[in-house]
Design a protein around this ligand. Structure first.
Ligand code: NAD
Length: 442
């Protein structure tokens, strides 16, 4: 059983199930904090590269950072990990299905490999970190405890501690972000709060139940989706009345309690476009109203299509129909500085442009060509290779911002530039010869 004394003396073995964006830094963090760590994953690629001491992911922060000492063990086999663990932390994906219903198969399969292998005498605590709706930990794992005849509070404890860190952001890594923790037992919750305090310098905030901790996480991302949806909607309204949305937002932001967000081609990543569906599903099942959250989700989900229409309208004003218009997208990953393409809004934007008859080219030096295999776009090694009619800034990678706009303009016959992220100085672009447009400009 986990106790404060065992945390203090580092006398605990911590299993991490799922060694992706979240699990790997968590495992490394607990190892650095002095604990025995056993990492478990179902991906042979991930396990083999970790066993070779190589970083399996795309965050360069972990290049050369994979330990080789006896307190670091990695395996594909749950029976080589789970029986030895005092704490098992689960960091598996929680995506949505095509119809936006939560896909909890990974949480369930991780639960099976844990609960069929735990050592009851150890009374381990199993902590879910994956983002879910309130109730998932018990709904999915409760029946498994019954199946394997495990009694909560006697053979095993359950807890939930949402992950909040931002990959690629050194100021908000697993070692810095504040944490929320809820457990079935207040003593276990207090000991877990101590354990997480060895991982992070941020505050660790215990709550009264697993469900409160689950709800807190999903609400964080729902709030971001709502705030971004508001500025995205404003970016569709203000240009229609001849006003630049960014000028409005900058003016409003001089008030002390205004929250400043920037509109764009849409939201991406594993969290914001996904997590609200988890709460929508739970609220709907509970018969509770969920209108605002659903509307915000649809505003953000429709943003790439709205932007595609506006790009094509701008080209039409210059006498070009969508047919065979050559459009170059600068950036494909969902945010700057990383290679993560999950739920990237560039994809629905490209699809809408292609559906209208245009040819879409993509330049993103962070992305491997084969990651675009499923997308019907043309990959280019350099932006000047295309002779594009229209150039759309989709991801504000530093390399994108540093493009020589004059040189690129010389390759373009039409010379229409569209800023999908509101990050470039349009005067510079116009001086370089571009006709400019962008999200929220009149
Ligand atoms: N990526 C982020 O920025 C971030 C931030 C906060 C929270 N989250 C949440 O954390 C969770 C994990 O996200 P991620 O980005 O690390 O996902 P990921 O896809 O990068 O990694 C998940 C890993 O789990 C492994 N896996 C799947 N099923 C397994 C099983 N049954 N047993 C063992 N391993 C298994 C996969 O092979 C993969 O390596 C999600 O719920 C996500 O919403 C992610």
């Amino acid at each position: 059983m986990i106790t404060r004394n065992r945390v203090e003396s580092r006398d605990l073995t911590i299993g991490i199930v799922g060694l992706g964006y979240v699990g790997l830094p968590t495992a490394l963090g607990f190892h650095d904090a002095g604990f025995n760590v056993i990492g478990l994953d179902i991906s042979e690629r991930v396990i083999n590269s970790l066993k070779r001491g190589e970083n399996p992911g795309d965050d360069p922060a972990f290049d050369g950072a994979i330990p080789t000492d006896e307190k670091w063990n990695i395996t594909l086999n749950p029976s080589e990990a789970v029986p030895f663990c005092d704490v098992v932390i689960v960091t598996v994906p929680t995506p949505v299905l095509d119809d936006h219903r939560p896909d909890l198969r990974f949480v369930k399969s991780a639960g099976v490999s844990i609960f069929e292998n735990i050592t009851r005498e150890k009374r381990p605590v199993v902590v879910l970190e994956s983002t879910v709706y309130p109730g998932v930990t018990r709904e999915i794992w409760g029946p498994l405890l019954e199946k394997y005849e495990l009694e909560e509070g006697r053979d095993v404890d359950l807890a939930y501690c949402p992950e909040r860190f931002v990959p690629g952001d050194p100021e908000h890594g697993v070692r810095q972000v504040p944490r929320v923790v809820g457990a079935n037992d207040s003593g276990v919750c207090a000991a877990l709060a101590d354990l997480y305090s060895t991982l992070t310098t941020g505050e660790v905030h215990p709550v009264s139940s697993i469900e409160v901790a689950e709800a807190a996480k999903v609400v964080e991302n729902v709030q971001r989706d709502l705030n971004i949806a508001l500025v995205n909607e404003l970016a569709l309204i203000f240009p229609e009345i001849g006003i630049d949305v960014e000028e409005v937002l900058s003016a409003a932001a001089t008030k002390w309690n205004f929250h400043r967000y920037t509109p764009g081609i849409g939201v991406g990543g594993h969290c914001i476009p996904v997590d609200p569906y988890y709460l929508i599903q739970k609220a709907t099942a509970a018969g509770a109203p969920v209108d605002l959250i659903s509307s915000a989700r649809s505003v953000n989900a429709n943003m790439p299509k709205q932007v595609a229409t506006r790009i094509l309208n701008n080209a039409a004003k210059l006498g070009r129909t969508p047919n065979n218009l050559k459009i170059l997208l600068l950036g494909w990953s969902y945010k700057p500085g990383i290679a993560d393409v999950r739920e990237t809004p560039s994809e629905p934007l490209a699809s809408a442009l292609i559906e209208a008859g245009s040819k879409v080219y993509v330049w993103d030096p962070f992305i491997q060509k084969d990651e675009l295999q499923d997308a019907p776009v043309i990959w280019v090694e350099s932006p000047i290779d295309v002779s594009a009619d229209v150039v759309v800034l989709c991801t504000a990678h530093q390399v994108v911002l540093e493009i020589d706009w004059k040189e690129l303009r010389d390759t373009s016959e039409l010379g229409l530039f569209y800023d999908g992220r509101r990050v470039v100085n349009m005067n510079d672009l116009r001086n370089a010869g571009w006709i400019t447009a962008g999200v929220g400009y009149p």
